[in-house]
Design a protein around this ligand. Sequence first.
Ligand SMILES: Nc1ncnc2c1ncn2[C@@H]1O[C@H](COP(=O)(O)OP(=O)(O)O)[C@@H](O)[C@H]1O
Ligand SMILES: [Mg+2]
Length: 271
Amino acid sequence: MAGSVEGKQPDECPLAGGIANAGQVVRSGSHVLRPSTPHTESIHAFLRALRAAGFDGAPEPIGIDPNGRERLGYIEGEVPVAPYPAWCQTDAALRSVARLLRRFHDASRSFDPGDHCWSDALRDPAGGPVVLHNDGELSNVVFRDGVAVALIDFEFAAPGRPIYDLAHLARLWIPIDDASDQERLGFEPADRPRRLRVIVDAYGLAPEERADMIGALDDAMDRVAAAVRRRLEAGDPNFVDRWRHTDGAERYERRRRWWEQHRSRFVDVLA
Ligand SMILES: Nc1ncnc2c1ncn2[C@@H]1O[C@H](COP(=O)(O)OP(=O)(O)O)[C@@H](O)[C@H]1O
Ligand SMILES: [Mg+2]
């Protein structure tokens, strides 16, 4: 049949919530199939190492199908989709996400990324030894009973500093975004700087590292804006479509303005 993926199974159901691979991630029984990249084999080696280190908060890597799709274990639970429901915006949910990231980093330290290849798209500009997730947004976290149990979507994993990964998670979950975008995504009014404090406390960020958090947030925001620009220049249809729906470059400018206006309050809560 024209347009069908060779080897496609009749029981495949599309999974909602994704961005980079919107429409191309499907569930097939107890597995998930999604497009692979030149980094998928490295990611699977990493996911195997996480399991060997006793971390169960990431998908089981099954392999790469002959048609080129990666096959992962499906993780039962709920994944927040915008407009984000109230249950994923509580302090308890936020704390559980930060704790999950900490457990992930602790397990990741056992893996040597040296002989593998990783995505450059969101890689920590400062480099570092620990493989990070780099895209801890709401639609990449599986919950059960309001508690974050797994990270999914390791496409942008790459070595770096754990604080840089924490910054990506924080910017997405606080969120650091203009008020109109917070509302569009369904975020309820909240004390945003306080949410940063909840995240770093639950993660257990060492007192001497807290001063580096604002710089890591700057790095994470610059990196994501540059990555989106590159995907647009390359004509990626998912990004072109999203760009149209979110006022394009203006969205990043208003986020930057919001951050500059509120930055000192975020500095204060880390003191
Ligand atoms: N292993 C998995 N277990 C459970 N749900 C998954 C899994 N992988 C993907 N999903 C669901 O599919 C959605 C899109 O998958 P994702 O890998 O995040 O794609 P994208 O790269 O487009 O963001 C996720 O938001 C989640 O709801
Ligand atoms: Mg995703």
